[in-house]
Design a protein around this ligand. Structure first.
Ligand SMILES: Nc1nc2c(c(=O)[nH]1)N[C@H]1C(S)=C(S)[C@@H](COP(=O)(O)O)O[C@H]1N2
Ligand SMILES: [Mo]
Length: 321
């Protein structure tokens, strides 16, 4: 699949954060992502990914190479968060997530795959090439941002576990540690936080397993050390601080669906034509624009229809919300 560059963000418009400008001018003709996971056109960082000791990533390829939307300044991205394990206030994660211990970290892989077991974060990252992806991000609460994430396609990792032919879905779990996560004492959600994708969604080249943002290691409040980013779905699908991955034959349960199945479906694709039962999804408020900033129209699949619409051929999007 070729991910076309939707002429969106210009490198010059990117808010400068230290080291962030050092990105190379790359991928002039767009990033040709392989049909087969693992066969990808990379012109920058070689495989051998690891979290940098100084917290700063260098020399990453970036997609898209230019785009009109301005990335949301890091101060917003890292201070206005949803991470209910640290409280339900937007400022709670930034205030409390420093207690999260992200090193050492391991991920358990189970279910319908040949290679299951528990893997260190280092083993998870090692064979991959990290890259920067500048994605629109749309919360179901109708606010949005544009974020330069750093990661690699989830599908490349999943292929290493050799899912069986029965693996039709993938479920993900967040750490559930009452010692470091004060929010899990509240019953606002059932813990551990869990999410799920179809195998096709999980293998899609836009689905990013993410370790950084703005050229640096993820702040804890953004889901360090390893989180998902699924840019065409509402933000709650982008599960943080992943410790368990399960390949499944049947559709997995997800935390927000368990909390309120009428309001939060399994798919949760961004869709301006399918309102939330309590509010419209036709427009959203970009973060950082100030109180009086104009709302923007929300696009089907958050503007990624060209890349992902094929996944939903024949599916009634209003019923499968
Ligand atoms: N474990 C966990 N993951 C989570 C959440 C959460 O509360 N817990 N919130 C989700 C929601 S609603 C959103 S909008 C995004 C927010 O990601 P950000 O804080 O990096 O912007 O994380 C998602 N992932
Ligand atoms: Mo959200």
């Amino acid at each position: 699949m070729l991910i076309k560059r939707p002429n969106t963000i210009k490198p010059s418009q990117i808010t400068p954060e230290s080291d962030f400008r050092q990105r190379r001018e790359l991928l002039k003709t767009g990033l040709a992502l392989g049909l087969i996971p693992g066969i990808m056109a990379h012109t920058g960082t070689a495989a051998g990914a690891a979290l940098p000791a100084d917290g700063q990533f260098a020399d990453l390829t970036s997609w898209p190479a230019d785009a009109p939307e301005e990335p949301t300044p890091l101060e917003y991205v890292s201070s206005y968060n949803n991470y209910y394990e640290f409280g339900t206030g937007k400022g709670d994660p930034a205030r409390y997530a420093h207690t999260l211990v992200t090193d050492p970290w391991s991920v358990t892989v189970e279910g319908e795959a040949e290679n299951t077991g528990t893997f260190t974060l280092e083993d998870i990252l090692k064979p991959h090439a990290l890259e920067e992806r500048i994605y629109r991000f749309r919360c179901v609460e109708a606010w949005s941002m544009v974020v330069p994430w750093i990661g690699f396609p989830l599908g490349d990792l999943l292929a290493r576990f050799a899912p069986t032919s029965r693996a039709r879905y993938v479920q993900f779990f967040t750490l559930n540690d009452p010692e470091t996560m004060p929010g899990v004492r509240s019953r606002v959600l059932r813990w551990p936080y869990r999410e799920g994708l179809t195998i096709a969604e999980a293998m899609h080249p836009l689905t990013l397993l993410t370790v950084g943002v703005y050229g640096q290691v993820l702040p804890n409040q953004n889901g360090a050390p390893l989180r998902l980013v699924v840019p065409w779905k509402y933000g709650f699908k982008s599960i943080k601080s992943i410790v368990r991955i399960r390949f499944m034959e049947d559709q997995p349960r997800t935390s927000w669906n368990m909390a309120n199945s009428r309001e939060y479906g399994f798919y949760s694709n961004v869709n301006p034509d399918v309102p939330h039962p309590r509010w419209s999804q036709a427009s959203h408020r970009p973060l950082g624009g100030g109180l009086f900033a104009a709302r923007e129209p929300t696009l089907l699949f958050n503007g990624y229809a060209e890349e992902v619409a094929d996944l939903y051929t024949g599916l009634d999007l209003a019923r499968n919300y």
